[in-house]
Design a protein around this ligand. Sequence first.
Ligand code: HEC
Length: 140
Amino acid sequence: MPFKLNIPAILACAAIVFSSASQAGVREDQLAQYASAAKVASTGFAGFSAERGRSLHTQNFTSGKPDTPACTSCHGKDTRGTGRAPSGKTIDAMAVSTTPARYTDPAKVEKWFKRNCTEVLGRVCTEQEKGDWLTFMLSQ
Ligand code: HEC
C-alpha cells in the first residue's frame, strides 16, 4: 500500500504547535513591554526577579483593603493550588505549570493587575512589580 499523508492530522498538529508557540510569545511580549516601561521609569532597572515577585505575592500590605492584605488572601499560599475569591468562587491555580492558559490574554492580565493591586496595595502596581510577579508565576 502506498504511503498516504494524513493531511488533516498534520494540520491539526501544526495548529497545536503554532497556537502554543504564539501563547508563549504573548507572555514574553507582555514582559518585554513591562521591561521597556520599567526602564523609562527607572534608569537603574536591571531586569525582573522571580524572588521579588514571590515576596510581592506573599507579603502582607497595610495600605489596601484590610480583609485582603496579600495576593495570597485570594490566590492561596500554594501557587499550584486553587484559590478562593471573597464571593466564595474558586480561582484556578496561578502557576502556569498547573493552569497553562494563564496570562495569554494581555488585556485580562492588565485588568486584574489593576484591580487586585488596588485592592491589596491601595495603589496600582509599577511595571517593575508586574514584571517581577509575572516572572515568578511563569517559573511556578
Ligand atoms: C480579592 C481577591 C483577589 C486578590 C486579593 C488578588 N486577586 Fe488576582 N485575581 C482574582 C480573581 C477573582 C481573578 C480572576 C479569575 C481567574 O483569573 O481565575 C484574578 C486574576 C488575576 C490575574 C489574571 C490572571 C490571568 O490568567 O490572566 C492576575 C495577573 C492577578 N490576579 C494578579 C494578582 C496580584 C498581583 C495580586 C496581589 C497584588 C492579586 N492578584 C490579588 C482575585 C484576587
